[in-house]
Write a protein that binds this ligand. Sequence first.
Ligand code: SRM
Ligand code: SF4
Length: 577
Amino acid sequence: MSNDIEKNENPVLIVEGKLADNERLKAESDFLRGTIVEDLQDRITGGFTADNFQLIRTHGMYQQDDRDIRAERQKQKLEPLHNVMLRARLPGGIITPTQWLAIDKFADDYTSYGSIRLTTRQTFQFHGVLKPNIKLMHQTLNSIGLDSIATAGDVNRNVLCTSNPVESELHQEAYEWAVKLSEHLLPKTRAYAEIWLDEERVETTEVVEPILGSTYLPRKFKTTVVIPPQNDIDVHANDLSFVAISDNGKLIGFNVLVGGGLAMTHGDSGTYPRTADDFGFIALEHTLAVAEAVVTTQRDWGNRVNRKNAKTKYTLDRVGADTFKAEVERRAGVEFSESRPYEFTHRGDSFGWVAGIDGKHHLTLFIENGRLLDFAGKSLKTGVAEIAKIHQGDFRLTANQNLIVAGVAEADKAAIETLAREHGLINDSVSNQRKSSMACVAFPTCPLAMAEAERYLPTLVDDVEAILVKNDLAGESIILRVTGCPNGCGRAMLAEIGLVGKGPGKYNMYLGSDLGGTRVPNLYKENVDEAGVLTEIDALSARWSAERNNNEAFGDFVIRAGIVDEVKISVRDFHHA
Ligand code: SRM
Ligand code: SF4
């Protein structure tokens, strides 16, 4: 697959112009230290000041306030109730029961929402941690072997890995690569250890950041390891993906995909979601060198003038994928060979028990919106903690915001299932449609939300379930994703129906991704209100029911029926709102 329309003979390798302010603040940050230590002492404000507001992101935190109470506090002339959201680093999404119990306790004792939020990138977030508790939070994580380094900011983020519990040996190998990639591409500055863990600063004459450089990357960077035919981690949302190629269940190398990404800005056609280009196959031993070469090429050629065009996907479109690829080959000292055949057939998690080839059992739990909290009649968070107390294997967070209780011996299955059922973690009446639906966080914590997403999804799905039944589609499902703004955190731009927040109660509707997640959906209607969304889904699903070919998926149907144009090459075919 290539997004090149035609070869660019004179590519602009480096964009000249006034640098974005983030470039100044990274350069002046003393390798991500800033004055965070001083800010922590300042108890007059609950927030971080000046550049530190941005710099704490590279340490895995975002400053937030509860938007539901913002106006009320303003009326009372109070500062917003500042707190931080923390996002942990959890390559491949694996966490042990002991670690789980510690984060469960921290969420109870020190977060204002009392929840653990599983994310679309296989990790967890705490929301609502007040300034006096931030250091304790990092020390708690450190005491259980976790951290939150580089889970936000202009760096390589948490590295994902397909949650494939069945092929245990292949999964183990792929997972180990996810960990190695994460470690290799991490910032090397000791800022995190000094600020949060009280380690002493040691001066060195060595280059501090040999890979990321002193101004880090132009923009966030996302990496995955994926095991086809499952595309649960949605490769096309990522800057760099390693597609596992195996022979007789043994990993032999990777096809390398570069330049995916989903974010766009309403009204700015220079921004768009884009699928990644396939650069070709590499043998295993070249993995780190190729990853480093992709990262450093993007570091050097990425747009540092306009942050809206700074991600790898835009660099590829500006310089041409061939030019970018040749530079990666030069830097890595490796030539890509022809891509090995593979296919992505699905993305959702398979719920319930599966047996692995190693004789262990794995239980995938559906967690709506990834929100682990004790709800009325469903004590989900307590339930996972109770399982952690007896579980001998590990937990795996999926990139669909769900949770796998992995590596369970036959003898322990019944006890774990009983706990899961008692706490509402298994509910046999959850529909296929609900399991195929996902939303980003949005209100009340996300400062960028334009419309509801997580809080809207459950009732939206109730209504869509009823529509499907009415249209003779009971048991069928459509990949339905909602994001509260066009940044795309819920990956609506890889959904069969993607709803992208435009304003309170208003969404742009995009239609037409495929089950494997290899196609970006296209704009169908703008500014649709919640009632309109249901009217449209009713009409579209009625047509799908009546006119579809055998087992034709909804996303394929809307394209074949001419309801939206297929997006073959984003920069050319994607209709911008
Ligand atoms: Fe995201 C910013 C939540 C996955 C694209 N994202 C944010 C922030 C931090 C808002 C902010 O900048 O202040 C959101 C915090 C909300 C909150 O209160 O928790 C936020 N993003 C999330 C999560 C928690 C959504 C979820 O419901 O699970 C996901 C956390 C991932 C993680 O664990 O690392 C999350 N974000 C994504 C994805 C999906 C993915 O990576 O698979 C995307 C689209 C893919 C991509 O990058 O193209 C995504 N988030 C963004 C963007 C747009 C980036 C861009 O290219 O312009 C922003 C805004 C920004 O960076 O300026 C953003
Ligand atoms: Fe917030 Fe927008 Fe991301 Fe949703 S898509 S979490 S509203 S930034």
